[in-house]
Design a binder for this molecule. Structure first.
Ligand SMILES: *Cc1c(COP(=O)(O)O)cnc(C)c1O
Length: 450
């Protein structure tokens, strides 16, 4: 098959999400209550999540129905296209075939609406009036703002202050969809005020913004909380990516040898790879690679242990590869990859050698992004450029080895609101920053002993 763009017939969108918990050799260890350090039950989460999402969080049922209303909204931009990167292959002069799934076609420009839409839907059904959340560079906040506007739910977003100041366009997008956006740390919550007392100039972090949003939700009856990555139900919703891709590969008469996704919290990687990992668990040869930044090297340098999901220690403790919950990542441009840990599902699969990980510096990633933009046309999100770096490296290795191989990566979003990042790269202003090992040790020394 020689076509560049493989599209599924109109509305041929999956009717069910795939739950990898039905097939994993080892399930993740249970989340623990932040106070008692005992396993939490559904009741502990009721203050901030609707029961339907809590059920999905713990479900081991293999297939979970996508509600009709969610399916309808998915069809605004899904199925997303699978492209064969013929021009990139030619530029690399590689015997490898390179495919990518393009999630930048969603209204918010990334894969995140795949989960913001069902999360808003289930909250609406539960009678929730407002959702509080955090956002780093603004992709998750915009995805939830969009979903809130479609279902008539108010959305309050705590946006990491450094991005709030440096990246006004996503804030304006969120406000256009009707959300209220606060720079975090803010003076609205106890968690925010505490951080500001200690450091009035705090640039904020995802961990701090999560503390603020969780506190907001926990202290208001009509308000719930939503998370854009990490949790099991988020990765479940994202499996629409991989399920569509499987059908598209069938149409193309091909199947990937290697699947690559960038990894911040693990949701796009999980979404693109889990339906294929089901085949791997059943004996198929296949590699899945998480591509992360060297400045926030969670899987490649972190430790597998219980940690909080946020800075203040309000969330349950989860078993994750972590750099420590008060890890302060340097301000690289891939804001969506600056989280101190990864999804428990991805971490367990990494522990069990079903997923591999690599870390790249940001200049090597921008170099790959620009080669991609010049050959394939699309300008990728800085986060997605990590997956492109991984794919190009695999293609170059195939060339060295003189081997044919099918490489598949997820292009998680476009970069059209990240132009200052490209401007800095083109002006030679970007530097690589590998997070020092001593600093990681320092942050890890502060973790709770379980
Ligand atoms: C948020 C984001 C990521 C990182 O989040 P994951 O949960 O690891 O997928 C990657 N790419 C884009 C475009 C994003 O918006």
């Amino acid at each position: 098959m020689n076509e560049t763009k493989i599209i599924l017939p109109d509305r041929d969108i999956p009717r069910q999400w795939y739950n990898i918990m039905a097939d994993m050799p080892n399930l993740p260890k249970p989340p623990l209550h932040p106070g008692t350090k005992q396993p939490i039950g559904p009741d502990d989460l009721k203050a901030i999540f609707p029961m339907s999402l809590i059920e999905q969080e713990v479900s081991t049922q293999r297939w979970i129905d996508i509600p009709e209303e969610v399916h309808k909204i998915y069809s605004l931009w899904r199925p997303s296209p699978l492209y064969r990167a013929h021009r990139l292959e030619a530029a690399l002069n590689t015997p490898a075939k390179i495919y990518y799934k393009y999630e930048g076609v969603s209204p918010a420009g990334s894969h995140k609406p795949n989960t913001s839409i069902p999360q808003a839907y289930y909250n609406k059904k539960a009678g929730v009036k407002r959702i509080a959340t955090e956002t780093g560079a603004g992709q998750w906040g915009s995805a939830l703002a969009l979903a809130g506007s479609l279902f008539g739910i108010d959305v309050t977003v705590y946006m990491v202050k450094v991005s709030f100041n440096q990246k006004p366009y996503r804030r304006i997008a969120m406000e256009t969809w009707g959300a209220t956006v606060h720079a975090s740390p803010s003076t609205i919550t106890n968690s925010g005020r505490k951080i500001l007392e200690a450091d009035p100039d705090s640039p904020g972090s995802l961990g701090i913004a999560i503390s603020e949003a969780v506190e907001d939700a926990a202290t208001h009856d009509d308000t719930n909380y939503a998370l854009g990555s990490v949790l099991n139900h988020v990765l479940l919703h994202q499996t629409v990516i991989g399920l569509e891709a499987k059908k598209q590969f069938e149409l193309a008469g091909d199947y990937p040898d290697v699947i690559i996704g960038c990894c911040g919290g693990g949701s796009n990687l999980g979404g693109v790879s889990f339906p294929f990992l089901q085949d791997k668990i059943n004996g198929k040869q296949l590699r899945v690679i998480a591509a992360e930044p060297i400045s926030c090297p969670t899987l490649t340098k972190g430790e597998f242990r219980y940690d909080f999901g946020d800075t203040a220690g309000l969330t349950p403790l989860m078993m994750m590869y972590t750099l420590g919950h008060d890890f302060m990542p340097p301000g690289i441009h891939a804001g969506g990859l600056r989280y101190h840990a990864d999804a428990p599902l991805v971490c367990q699969l990494y522990k069990d050698n079903l997923i591999e990980a690599v870390a790249f510096g940001q200049t090597a990633c921008f170099e790959a992004a620009i080669q991609f933009a010049k050959t394939e046309g699309l300008i990728p999100a800085p986060e997605s450029s990590h997956a492109i770096r991984g794919a190009i490296d695999e293609a170059l290795r195939a060339k060295e080895e003189g081997k044919e191989k099918t490489i598949f990566f997820n292009l998680s979003g476009h970069g059209y609101l990240d132009m200052t990042a490209y401007e800095d790269y083109l002006a030679g202003k970007l530097v690589d920053y590998a997070y020092p090992d001593e600093k990681i040790k320092e942050a890890l020394a502060k973790l709770p002993v379980i």
